[in-house]
Design a protein around this ligand. Structure first.
Ligand SMILES: Cc1cc2nc3c(=O)[nH]c(=O)nc-3n(C[C@H](O)[C@H](O)[C@H](O)COP(=O)(O)O)c2cc1C
Length: 186
């Protein structure tokens, strides 16, 4: 299957087979992140691979990640962290590019995984108090923003496609489409 068809067929997968990901498959997923583009090639990111059953159990608790009890049973999870330290680079641009970079890397991993038959699901861990709880659990220093937890494993379910907005609703050419609003969200 062509890569574009892989991208088009991707769905979030929340139930996984028990078998572990072989190390070479995991390494390729991580490598796909490593090769992602970064502003100024700064690579100001860090990825934590969670394999420990106890850590996964705590991560999947309601108070830590309310919508992702499935973390517990995922063979692995990867946590992406972006450097947000108050350095000259971050001050110069008035924005924190590492946040964009880290998200691109994580999605590269999701696509690479899917191309190898490995399913995944993003888990948002932003905001108070969730991010702080994940930070404490994983010893993430305050100069690093935790962007997401993503679970990975061989699918034990065939996820149904979610309804997506049409291109007409989300694309305009040359200028922002007037009157475009988010009321059709859902
Ligand atoms: C930033 C982000 C956070 C998400 N958090 C969760 C989550 O906490 N629990 C969950 O089950 N799915 C989560 N998802 C997955 C979305 O629900 C899913 O991507 C969306 O419903 C579209 O389905 P699809 O990925 O199969 O196209 C998250 C996705 C993103 C991008």
């Amino acid at each position: 299957m062509a890569l574009v068809d892989k991208i088009l067929s991707r769905r979030s997968v929340r139930r996984y087979e028990k078998r572990a990901l072989p190390q070479d498959v995991l390494d390729k997923i991580l490598e796909a992140g490593r090769q992602a583009p970064t502003a100024s090639n700064r690579q100001a990111w860090h990825f934590i691979v969670i394999t420990d059953a106890d850590v996964k159990t705590v991560l999947s608790q309601k108070e830590v990640s309310p919508y992702s009890p499935f973390i517990k049973d995922a063979p692995i999870a990867i946590v992406g962290c972006a450097w947000i330290g108050d350095d000259e680079y971050n001050q110069r641009w008035g924005t924190i590019y590492s946040i964009i970079d880290t998200i691109i890397a994580l999605q590269n991993m999701v696509i690479a995984a899917w191309a190898m038959g490995v399913g995944s699901c993003w888990v948002g861990v932003q905001g108070v108090p969730i991010e702080d709880k994940v930070r404490q659990l994983l010893n993430v220093p305050s100069e690093w923003k935790i962007m997401a937890v993503i679970t990975f494993g061989y699918p034990a379910e065939q996820s149904l496609p979610r309804k997506k907005k049409s291109l007409e609703e989300i694309v305009s050419y040359n200028t922002f489409k007037k009157g475009h609003a988010l009321e059709s969200q859902g």
